[in-house]
Design a protein around this ligand. Structure first.
Ligand SMILES: CC1=C(CCC(=O)O)c2cc3nc(cc4[nH]c(cc5[nH]c(cc1n2)c(C)c5CCC(=O)O)c(CCC(=O)O)c4C)C(CCC(=O)O)=C3C
Ligand SMILES: [Fe+2]
Length: 397
C-alpha cells in the first residue's frame, strides 16, 4: 500500500490563484520631477525648480535653451505617462486592483493635485514611487520635503488639521533585480550596436549619472552608502552581467553630467566630456555611454548626452553608442510592481506591530530604508535644508 498524501497537490494541478495583496494601500502615486510641455512653460518651470536655490541666471538661460531645442517641451512627461500606463497594465495583469496616479514636484500634474484627487476618490493611504533610483538630497529627501509640503496643502484645501492621507515611499531601488536587469538589457543592446559598427573592436563602458555637489554626496552616506557608491555598485553589476552575456570583460568607468552651481563649488567629477577626452588620450576609441543615473530619457540624457557628449566623442574621432534607459522595459516595470507589493506587505507587518523581513536586492549593498533615518540626505549644499520631510521616523529630522 502506498500512503496517500492529502496535503500535496496532485502533479499538474494548478494552485488556486489569489491576486497579490496591495493593502493597506488604496492608490499608487508615480512621483516625478516634472518638465515643461511647451515653450511658455519653460521659464515658470525653471523658476519652480530653482526657487530658493543659488543657481546663476546664466545657467538658467542655458538650461532654458536646452529645452528650446526640443520645442520647449521636456520628454519626461510623455515618459511618465508611458510608465504610468505600463505600471497599471502590469498590476492589472497580476489581478491587483489599484489606481496609479501621477504627481510632479515642479510642473503639472502637481503632487498636491494628484493627492487631492486621490483623497476625493476615497484614498487614505498611498504608496509613492519616485522616478529616481538612487538616494541623495536630490533623489530622495527633496521629494520627501516636497511631499510634506504638498500634504500640508491638501490638508488646508480639504480643511483638516492633520494630513488627510498617509503616504509611504518605496525605498531607493538602484540595487533591485528589475532596475539592474533593465540596464543590463539596455547596455547589451548598445554593445551589439557598437560591435556592428566597429566589427568587434575593444570598447569601454562609460556609465553616467547626474553630478551633485560634493557636500550633497557626503551627506548621502546616512542613507547607507553614498550616492557615488550606489552608482559604482550598479555599474559593477551591469558590466559583469554584460561581460557574461557577450563573452568579454568590458572595462568601465563612472562619469557625471549636468553640473550646475558656481564654479567655486565642487561637484562630483569627472564630467563625461572631460572623461571622453582623457579616455581618447589614453587610447580608447570605442565607447558605450550608459546613463544608469536616469530611469528614462530625461532632458539631461537627450541634451547633455545625445547632443553634447556624442558631439564630443565625434570631435575626438571616437565611435560612441548611447545605451537606452530602463524606461518601460519589462524587467524594470515588473520589478517596480514587485516593490509596490513588497512595500504593502511590509506596511501590513508594521501595522500589526511586527518587523518586516529584508527587501529583495542584488549585489553587495543592503536594501535601503523604507522609512528614512534621522538626518538622512539632509544637506544640499552644506547646510541642513531646514524643511520637514515625509516618510521618515521624524519629519523634523
Ligand atoms: C541627482 C539629480 C537628479 C536625479 C534624480 C531625479 O531624477 O530626481 C536630477 C533630476 C532632474 N533634474 C531635472 C532638471 C533640473 N535640475 C536642476 C538642478 C539640479 N539638479 C540636481 C540634481 C539632480 N537632478 C542638482 C544638485 C541641481 C542643482 C540645484 C539643486 O540643488 O537642486 C535644474 C536647474 C538648472 C540646472 O542647474 O541645471 C533643472 C532644470 C530634471 C528634469 C529633466 C527633464 O525635463 O527631462 C530631472 C529628472
Ligand atoms: Fe536636476
Amino acid at each position: 500500500m502506498v500512503a496517500m498524501s492529502t496535503d500535496v497537490l496532485p502533479t499538474g494541478a494548478e494552485a488556486p490563484t489569489t491576486p497579490p495583496d496591495v493593502r493597506p494601500y488604496d492608490a499608487v502615486m508615480l512621483y516625478s520631477f516634472g518638465g515643461p510641455d511647451g515653450p511658455d512653460d519653460v521659464l515658470p518651470f525653471l523658476r519652480n525648480v530653482t526657487a530658493g536655490k543659488n543657481i546663476p541666471d546664466e545657467r538658467l538661460a542655458q538650461v532654458g535653451e536646452h529645452y528650446m531645442h526640443f520645442g520647449g517641451a521636456s520628454p519626461i512627461n510623455g515618459q511618465n505617462l508611458a510608465l504610468q500606463a505600463a505600471l497599471s497594465d502590469e498590476l492589472r495583469r497580476r489581478g491587483v486592483e489599484v489606481p496609479v496616479l501621477w504627481g510632479n514636484r515642479n510642473w503639472t500634474p502637481y503632487t498636491r493635485d494628484a493627492l487631492t484627487e486621490a483623497y476625493e476618490r476615497g484614498a487614505r493611504r498611498v504608496v509613492a514611487l519616485v522616478t529616481s533610483a538612487y538616494s541623495s538630497y536630490s533623489g530622495c529627501r527633496q521629494y520627501r520635503e516636497d511631499l510634506w509640503a504638498s500634504l500640508e496643502q491638501v490638508a488646508a484645501s480639504v480643511g483638516t488639521a492633520e494630513h488627510p492621507l498617509a503616504v509611504d515611499k518605496i525605498r531607493s531601488y538602484f540595487n533591485t533585480p528589475g532596475f539592474v536587469q533593465g540596464n543590463v538589457d539596455a547596455v547589451t543592446d548598445a554593445v551589439a550596436e557598437l560591435t556592428a559598427r566597429t566589427g568587434g573592436a575593444p570598447y569601454r563602458i562609460v556609465f553616467v549619472t547626474h553630478s551633485i555637489p560634493t557636500t550633497m554626496e557626503a551627506a548621502s552616506v546616512v542613507s547607507q552608502a553614498r550616492y557615488s557608491e550606489q552608482h559604482l555598485e550598479v555599474a559593477r553589476l551591469v558590466a559583469q552581467a554584460v561581460g557574461e552575456r557577450t563573452g568579454t570583460a568590458p572595462e568601465w568607468d563612472l562619469a557625471y553630467c549636468s553640473r550646475s552651481g558656481p564654479p567655486s563649488q565642487p561637484w562630483l567629477e569627472p564630467d563625461v566630456n572631460d572623461h571622453l577626452e582623457a579616455l581618447k588620450a589614453a587610447g580608447t576609441t570605442n565607447v558605450v555611454i550608459a546613463p544608469i543615473g536616469f530611469v528614462s530619457d530625461h532632458m539631461e540624457v537627450v541634451y547633455d548626452l545625445d547632443t553634447e557628449a556624442l558631439e564630443t566623442a565625434a570631435e575626438l574621432g571616437m565611435t560612441a553608442v548611447r545605451a537606452g534607459t530602463v524606461g518601460t522595459r519589462a524587467p524594470f516595470v515588473e520589478g517596480l510592481v514587485d516593490l509596490i507589493l513588497e512595500r504593502a506587505e511590509h506596511a501590513r507587518v508594521r501595522d500589526a506591530g511586527g518587523e518586516p523581513g529584508p527587501g529583495v536586492t542584488v549585489g553587495g549593498l543592503p536594501p535601503f530604508r523604507e522609512i528614512c533615518a534621522p538626518g538622512c540626505c539632509l544637506m544640499r549644499d552644506g547646510e541642513p535644508s531646514g524643511r520637514p520631510a515625509a516618510c521618515s521616523v521624524d519629519p523634523l529630522q
